[in-house]
Structures are given as C-alpha cells and as structure tokens.
Design a protein around this ligand. Sequence first.
Ligand SMILES: O=C(O)[C@H](O)[C@@H](O)[C@H](O)[C@H](O)COP(=O)(O)O
Length: 273
Amino acid sequence: MADSDGFKYKGDFRIFENVDELATGLVDYIAEISEMSVKERGFFSIALSGGSLISFMGKLCEAPYNKTVDWGKWHIFWVDERVVAKNHVDSNYKLAKEVLLSKVPILPSHVYSINDNVSAEEAASEYEFVLRQLVKTRTVNVSESNDCPKFDLILLGMGPDGHIASLFPWHASLDLKDDWVTYITDSPKPPPERITFTLPVINSASNVAVAVSGAAKAVAVKLVIDGYCKESTEFATALPARKVQPSDGQLVWFLDNEAASKLDSVASQPPPV
Ligand SMILES: O=C(O)[C@H](O)[C@@H](O)[C@H](O)[C@H](O)COP(=O)(O)O
C-alpha cells in the first residue's frame, strides 16, 4: 500500500514454516549470491549485523556449504557493532566468530572487524577509512549513482521497534546523507554505544536480506511491508526498516510464519485444508 506521500514499498518476501527452514532458505540464498559475486567480480563482500541472524548463519558450517562455498573469496564486514571489547559477550564480532568464522576457512585478513581500543567516534571514522581504501581497490564494489560502497550482500535483522543495524526510530543518524559509517551513544537497545552503516550505504548494496522470526516482530513486519497495522499507533514511516529500499539492488525478507502472520498477503490466504 502507498503512503500518503505516494511512497510504495518494494521488496520480496519468503515465508517459512519455522526458524529451521528460514535458516536453510537464508543460507541457500547467501551461498547463491556468494557464487554469483565470485563469478562476476572475483570477490564476495558481505556485511553482517548481530542478533539471531548469526545463529541462522550457523548452517553455513554444515554440508554442503562448508565444501561448496568459496570461502577464500569472502570479505566480511559489520553493518553495525557494539562498542565493546572483541571478547565481550555483547560483541557482534565475537558472536560471528564463534558461530561461523572460526569454523570455515575464511582468511583472517579478509575479516574487517571494528577497532575496539578507541572511542565510538574514532572507531566509526576508522571503519569508514578502511572501507574507502577497499572501495578504491574494488574489493568492495562502488555504486554507479553515488560514490557509496556497493556490498554484494548486506544482512540485517530487525527489532520489534523496527530498527535495523544500529539505526533506531526517530534518531538523527537516519538523516545522514554523506557519512558511510556513524556512531551513536544512546542506543535504546543495550549496549548504548554502537557504530553503524548509514542508510545511503545500506541502500547502495546489490542485495539486502532482512531475516526476522517470532510473533513479537509481527506488528513491525506488517507496518514495514504493508505500511499500516490496525494494532499499532506507530507511524510506519518512522520505522527504520521501512527506509531500507536499495536504489539499484534487490531486497528480500526471510520470515517465519509467526513474524509474517499479520501480513495482508498471508492473512488473505485460505486456511490449509
Ligand atoms: O547488534 C545489534 O543489536 C543488531 O545488529 C540489531 O540490528 C539486530 O540485528 C536486531 O536487533 C535484531 O536482533 P534479533 O534478531 O536478535 O532480535
């Protein structure tokens, strides 16, 4: 449905019976984009968020992916990171390392984690500097319409408030146009200090996937995809996830039945016989 300003939400969605099937669908898709990117560019640049998304990715360590994926070509980034030590329980890097990076042959020099020895502000500007170098060498592709990095794949989760990465509803960071990476010190989801890609970078990617599960997210999913929800007084336009609209790329949602349960297209299906 179009918003009052005529904005019409674009994106595909895939709905799965349960989180196990969602995880299989997601890793199949990641393996496919990886193969395509390596064929086209010789590299695969992938940016990860934190949260349950990473547990879904655990299936990449299993057959057939552990053998068929060209791990040596992967370059791994973080869409957002909590400003904590890399061995801290809140670190997105630590989670990805435990679930995936320590179990597959990704080259340590291709893992671009955030400097955990400096302030949030310094970490964000250092990370942007690193990205600029990698865009120059085209390890990360560049967008043709702006000078932003064009990641082969950006993976996002979504909170019940509609946040993605560390971009939260009504936060000034949502309006940044020129920065690639920014920092916040007031995250409503702990811990408070985080660094995050900005919307222009997320929306410049070739592919963006949002993986969401559970009934607690159903209202936000409905607001973002359908643009309204009778059970909520929130404005759909305020949800950061609704601002994820790749300008020249594909957006795919991976949902389990519970998260998708309020969508128009699902609610209008006849009940199974
Ligand atoms: O570091 C973070 O906190 C995240 O990157 C954040 O954006 C996360 O992806 C969502 O909050 C969904 O997390 P869950 O899937 O665990 O609910």
